[in-house]
Design a protein around this ligand. Sequence first.
Ligand code: GLN
Length: 454
Amino acid sequence: ITVSDLVAASYERIHAVDDQVKAFITLNEEAARAKASELDKQVDGASNPLFGIPLGVKDNMVTKGLRTTCASQILDNFNDPLYNATVVDKLEEENTVTIGKLNMDEFAMGSSNENSSYAATRNPWNTDYVPGGSSGGSAAAVAAREVFFSLGSDTGGSIRQPAAFCGVVGLKPTYGLVSRFGLVAFASSLDQIGPITKSVEDNAHLLQAIAGHDPMDSTSANIEVPDYSAALKQDVKGLRIAVPKEYLQEGVAPEVKEAVLQALKVYEDLGATWEEVSLPHSQYAVAAYYLLSSSEASANLARFDGVRYGVRSENATNMLDMFKLSRSEGFGDEVKRRIMLGTFALSSGYYDAYYKKAQKVRTLIKNDFEKVFEDYDVIVGPTTPTPAFKVGEKVDDPLTMYANDILTIPVNLAGVPGMSLPCGFSSDGLPIGLQIIGKHFDESTIYRTAYAFE
Ligand code: GLN
């Protein structure tokens, strides 16, 4: 099989199903086909598992000369970014082929993809349901076999939750493992780019290619990247699994709980042990997350002013109106809600009561994880309290939408890595995700644990 065949198959599939799935915002067809024919002239490629693989990139990572919108009207005309995100550069070096840019919630704010200003991506398993978000396009495109691999970003669950809803494997790496250079910032202290794939093995290959220190990102860790594929070959005999009781209490659907308990049974059979533990502060995680992430977003999104990037309002007659109108017309409702919340939380007089308090809660949550990891190798639980919900079901109720992230958000606040992998189906035939959480920079143990189950 040639790279041209692979790329052609990818576009054929996209042209057949993407009208329904709506995973893509922008396709890169001409350039991708040209690159494929170039790659077909090279003989060497057999030793590189990523050579010629069709890849989708979430539309909040900049791609040189390829439109990057963050699914926002304010970047609708951002057709010609000047550089690639570091992850994109790294994958170009591995000779993957960028098929297109994937749909998402606007600026990665959302859990259902319904906040995209273009179209709501649908769940390929049943198009009445959401694919999750904000990397809904990235998960749906892999699940619908439009691309082999995709990149997503995860600030409060946005890789793991859609991976769970779409029945694919998604990993949020340790904060600092993967460069954020060229990722349009939402909440810089939480954002991480990660791989979404069909299998655990593919996932390890993709992480291998994007991980590692980048001088262009001051929060990028200077560590030696381990060989993740090597970790797949070890078994889980003697592995100590912790299961937080907060992750199986009421609010978690019975069939989700059942699927997780079944998975734990599999681990027992494989020679691992599990015990119940507590992450006592996780009940405060959602509140702390929305304060901190919105505060950071209100600062990060100040750069979208109609001057430096993107769309400028045509209705303004003076400078101040130009800023105001460009932002009012360019941002969607959810983004405006977060900017207002964040601006309020950072205002003088409120800073101590909200932002500072949320930072303290964040530390307590981080300590909870550290304490558990003194005695256990991994933490296992569900990725989400329920399988995918229906399109439109939560769209008018931001608080229940936010609550959907209750099991993923603590991981971002603690900065540790977490994966979602499929572990069963609901009675409606929708996938259920198993979440595996590891110690800082211990993605290897997550891969080892996931591979043994898969
Ligand atoms: N759903 C969460 C939010 O809306 C998480 C988003 C994310 O991880 N990018 O903020």
